[in-house]
Design a protein around this ligand. Structure first.
Ligand SMILES: Nc1ncnc2c1ncn2[C@@H]1O[C@H](COP(=O)(O)OP(=O)(O)OP(=O)(O)O)[C@@H](O)[C@H]1O
Ligand SMILES: [Mg+2]
Length: 377
């Protein structure tokens, strides 16, 4: 089963006044000089998933600075999905904070339905520092991967965050909060938290297996080993989920006082850390060389794509920004071969079209200049 974009149109999005692009299932190569508008296209596509996209931009930032105050940005797409052709639109809301989501002409109340339809995996140069970044950045990376694998995960994490905020607000504003009310809230937090932790653990287990199945040699891209660390995670590794829920609930109940001063909650799945190791060298990824870290990331991304395909029956879209520039010719060819093998519509950008010559006519080529996209070059 296939999943790919057939039509994409951008209106007052970033540097684009208006742009349209028609394509088929093959990888899409966007080439052009620096500042041409290539990454902006990938960013627009990344908004077909819940969240803030590849740059984590605020909604207002996405509007073309040259657009008039009465204009708003919009991204619209026609997708070929296993459920049939689907039209997804997203854009700035004239009078609300959130972005608008429209699926097949129907306005959605939340972004969650996007996770049910789409699966999008991305790798951008900004992610090169992932292993050195804060646990929250890595957790977000992990949760995005898990949501591609299990679409329910996205709504679980947003519900969990909402419940935690509700608890924080009660602890902060009420002198003597109703213990029954708090306890009921903490039960829900614990249930949701353990569902999140269990989904993350299952994903990590399957991810390593999916990476093995890719059969990409260790000398080309090193094998990552992935682990999740955290008080609740460590408990869940050794105990049944029901006991982990009880343990988590107990921790929440015990930390009420300190949480009322510090805000948030001392422990929970919002504190977990996603750790990656170079399997062969048994080395934490953050201590690996720049090239090794990039290799680990590429293998994580490809493994994730393979896993989504195996689990959901269709390959995700892959957004690989500036990917070719960082890889030598052999590694580029291995990457292309894997993408073609997975049947992913992979959107790849670069300044030099020569770097994609290994794909020949298995891909479709567009050139981007001054935020104008023109057909096959
Ligand atoms: N809100 C906006 N309105 C108008 N232009 C914008 C907006 N946000 C970013 N830009 C501009 O869009 C242009 C294209 O950016 P983009 O990141 O897509 O370039 P690129 O082709 O990926 O370049 P590079 O090869 O350097 O990565 C930049 O000149 C940037 O300043
Ligand atoms: Mg770019």
């Amino acid at each position: 089963m296939a999943f790919f974009i057939e039509k994409l149109s951008l209106t007052q999005f970033r540097s684009y006044t208006s742009a349209r692009l028609n394509c088929d299932h093959r990888p899409v190569i966007l080439t052009g000089p620096n500042g041409a508008g290539k990454t902006n296209v990938l960013e627009a596509i990344s908004l077909l998933m819940p969240g803030r996209g590849i740059r984590r931009a605020r909604i207002a930032e996405l509007k073309n600075i040259k657009a008039s105050p009465a204009e708003y940005w919009a991204v619209s797409s026609k997708l070929n999905t296993p459920f049939g052709p689907t039209q997804i639109g997203t854009g700035q809301h004239p009078d609300q904070d959130g972005r608008m989501i429209r699926i097949d002409g129907i306005d959605q109340k939340s972004q969650t339905p996007l996770a049910e339809i789409s699966a999008i995996v991305w790798l951008t140069p900004q992610m090169d520092g992932l292993f050195l970044d804060s646990p929250s950045v890595r957790r977000r990376f992990l949760d995005r991967m898990v949501s591609n694998f299990n679409p329910k995960h996205q709504s679980h994490t947003s519900k969990y965050d909402k419940l935690l905020r509700e608890r924080s607000s009660i602890l902060k504003t009420q002198r003597a909060p109703d213990p029954h009310w708090l306890s009921a809230l903490e039960t829900q937090i614990a249930e949701m938290g353990i569902a999140i932790a269990a989904a993350r653990h299952l994903f990590c287990e399957r991810l390593e297996q999916a990476i093995e199945r890719l059969k990409i040699d260790e000398s080309d891209f090193p094998f990552p080993r992935v682990e999740i660390h955290g008080l609740i995670d460590d408990f869940l590794k050794e105990n049944p989920a029901v006991d982990a829920e009880e343990f988590f609930k107990q921790r929440l109940s015990e930390s009420r006082q300190i949480d009322s001063y510090t805000g948030g909650a001392q422990d929970g799945t919002h504190k977990s850390d996603f750790r990656v190791y170079h399997k062969g060298m048994n080395m934490p990824a953050e201590n690996c060389s720049t090239g090794e870290q990039k290799g680990l990331l590429v293998k994580l991304i490809l493994g994730q794509a393979a896993l989504v395909k195996a689990e959901r029956g269709f390959p995700p879209l892959l957004l690989l920004d500036d990917i070719a520039a960082h890889l030598d010719a052999r590694r580029r060819d291995i990457l292309f071969e894997t993408i073609l093998g997975l049947d992913c519509q992979s959107w790849m950008t670069g300044t030099d079209v020569e770097n994609f010559s290994g794909l020949k006519d298995s891909a479709q080529y567009f050139s981007v200049k001054n935020s104008i996209i023109s057909g096959q070059n």
